[in-house]
Design a protein around this ligand. Structure first.
Ligand SMILES: Nc1ncnc2c1ncn2[C@@H]1O[C@H](COP(=O)(O)OP(=O)(O)OP(=O)(O)O)[C@@H](O)[C@H]1O
Length: 386
């Protein structure tokens, strides 16, 4: 039997699809009582990892367990883990209540659980409407209600904020945080850190199928320093003047500005005035988690542009404590700081990612997560085709 710990453990997990290494030797654990973000760019291997965890894909190597057991040894898995994967489908002609009844019966839950989960996800008033007429947000709630039917200790959600409006995201955030506070385990994947930043406490960042960071979000945040970007008449002169004044975290940027850490705007202004270098503008950039995310996952699509950075960026103090090494193919260049809210330097348009996506149809025809083959009504309720 499983150990009831609520722990997810992934150890040396790999999956190869032909020539594609979707997941390479991935290891991490997820503990109960917090919401853990499972983050990485598109194509990083998140969905494949979750599918292996949920027994939908067989690993090439390694193990993925919940409560110390692989999914197929969990007994009635829906009572242990609930999941929502991307592109879940519902029979469009079936009401939300009837959809839930089918699944509830299949996992041996009493009919009254249907009413409970409808209430939990805020769908009670739409319970007798056909799922075919539901908005994307309502469909997400119905998928979540399905995952909750077995009152699972562990919840695994793949990109749950996709397509949700801000109100829906806020609702989901509160729901997941409350669920974790009950001592349950919540694992949420996303390719956008800022969409889940306020929901998660712990974070696992992967890129190219490998773990880059595994630790608390706070720790990651603390490891990132703020800096000042200075536009001046003489970038090289300013760099020298600052260095002579003992400010060492200084580097010129490709756009002609100078990035400075470890000095205030006033100090920089005084030093440049003393050196008779005109300053046209200064911009304070606060620690930005998204930037750190880009640094940890860069190299996924393209190597950093040669010559973009001559040395480590100002403020860079080495990787955060949970950092687990650079992406493969990374040539030893220092991490590249991208201006806020822009893609990282060297980011190539993601045609590559689309070419490598599994066919949409293939994913759409997959069985629902925790109710795989053992369940009734599987085919009629799946595929969204009627
Ligand atoms: N069934 C499959 N057959 C072949 N290649 C696959 C299959 N499933 C995934 N891949 C490939 O494995 C890699 C990882 O894909 P995966 O869907 O796990 O990434 P992801 O991090 O979930 O991406 P996204 O954020 O876009 O959902 C990609 O290169 C993808 O094209």
């Amino acid at each position: 039997m499983h150990d009831g710990s609520g722990r997810i453990a992934v150890q040396n997990l790999s999956k190869q699809f032909g020539a594609v290494n979707a997941v390479q030797n991935l290891s991490f654990t997820v503990e109960p009582g917090s919401v853990t973000g499972f983050l990485g760019p598109n194509g990083a291997g998140k969905t494949t990892t979750l599918r292996m965890l949920l027994g939908l894909v067989t690993p090439t190597n390694g193990t993925a367990t919940i409560n110390g057991r692989p999914h197929d040894q969990l007994g009635n898995p829906a009572r242990v883990v609930g999941s929502v994967l991307e592109n879940e489908g519902f029979h469009p002609g079936r009401t939300a209540r009837n959809h839930l009844r089918v699944y509830s019966a299949a996992i041996g839950m009493p009919d009254q659980r249907v009413g409970e989960v409808l209430g939990l996800v805020g769908l009670s008033s739409a319970a007798d409407r056909k799922a075919g007429g539901f908005s994307l947000g309502m469909r997400q709630r119905l998928a979540l209600a399905t995952a909750l039917l077995g009152d699972p200790q562990v919840l695994v959600l793949d990109e749950p904020t996709n397509g949700l409006d801000p109100e829906g995201i806020l609702w989901l955030r509160n729901f997941l945080r409350a669920y974790a506070r009950e001592g349950r385990t919540v694992l949420v994947s996303s390719h956008l850190l800022n969409e889940v930043e306020q929901t998660i406490d712990q974070v696992i960042i992967i890129s190219q199928g490998m773990t880059r960071y595994n630790g608390s979000l706070d720790q990651l945040r603390k490891s990132n320093q703020s800096r000042v970007l200075v536009q001046s008449a003489d970038a090289n002169g300013l760099v020298s003047a600052l260095q002579e004044a003992g400010i060492t975290q200084v580097s010129p940027m490709p756009d002609g500005r100078v990035a400075v850490s470890g000095a205030t705007v006033q100090q920089i202004g005084d030093i440049s005035a003393k050196a008779s270098i005109a300053v046209y503008g200064m911009q304070e950039e606060t620690a930005d988690l998204e930037r750190m995310f880009f640094q940890l996952t860069q190299g996924q699509y393209a190597a950093p542009q040669p010559g973009f950075q001559q040395g480590p960026p100002p403020g860079y103090q080495g990787p955060p404590p949970g950092y687990q090494g650079p992406p493969p193919g990374y040539q030893g260049q220092p991490p590249v700081y991208a201006p806020q809210n822009t893609p990282p330097p060297g980011f190539a348009p993601p045609q590559q990612q689309f070419q490598h996506q599994p066919p949409q149809q293939q994913q759409y025809q997959q069985a629902p997560p925790q109710q795989q083959a053992q369940q009734q009504g599987q085919n009629e309720g799946w595929g969204g085709q009627g």
